[in-house]
Design a protein around this ligand. Structure first.
Ligand code: THU
Length: 162
């Protein structure tokens, strides 16, 4: 028997320590959260991703009375980017949230489904996607390679024959 462990390395910094480009992306995510349709959770999430060519694409969570029919902000942004710019590299994605019920200061950490989808596009483009997580507080977390957040993820290898 052998024990093993995995270390996830991230960066914690304050909003006023962000580079201009990262601060802009997070601001766009904050603005996108205002477009959320979240009448059931009152939890407004915004995402903004930057393509290599500089374009920024946004998403917000879209809920539905049949709960699983809704979609998270990150996937709205990623699916939109993949539809409008299918061959462009996604450099970074910023996410943030604002609850109408509670004050959440901590950065928003994407759900498992969104991590899986981010990992898919990373594998497709063969380049890591930087993940910038913000919240209502001043703290921001940055991960240079979003797939670090999905250790032991399900990968295409499993589906390959012979
Ligand atoms: N949500 C997101 O948009 N992204 C996440 O990473 C976590 C959760 C949304 C889904 C739902 O509309 C609301 O937040 C509460 O779960």
């Amino acid at each position: 028997m052998a024990e093993f462990s995995i270390t996830v390395k991230g960066l914690s910094l304050k909003k006023n320590e962000l580079s201009k480009a990262d601060a802009e992306l997070l601001t766009r995510a904050e603005k996108a959260s205002e477009r959320a349709y979240a009448p059931y959770s009152q939890f407004n999430v915004g995402a903004a991703l930057r393509l290599e060519k500089g374009e920024i694409i946004i998403g917000s969570n879209q809920e539905n009375v049949a709960y699983p029919s809704g979609l998270c902000a990150e996937r709205v942004a990623l699916f939109s980017a993949s539809t409008t710019n299918p061959n462009e590299v996604v450099e970074a994605i910023a996410v943030t949230a604002r609850s109408k019920k509670l004050l959440h200061k901590d950065p928003l950490s994407p759900c498992g489904n969104c991590r899986q989808v981010i990992a898919e596009y990373q594998n497709k483009q063969k380049r890591p996607i930087r993940l910038i997580m913000g919240g209502q507080g001043e703290e921001v977390w940055i991960f240079e390679d979003a797939s670090a957040l999905l250790p032991f993820g399900f990968e295409a290898e499993y589906l390959k024959g012979d």
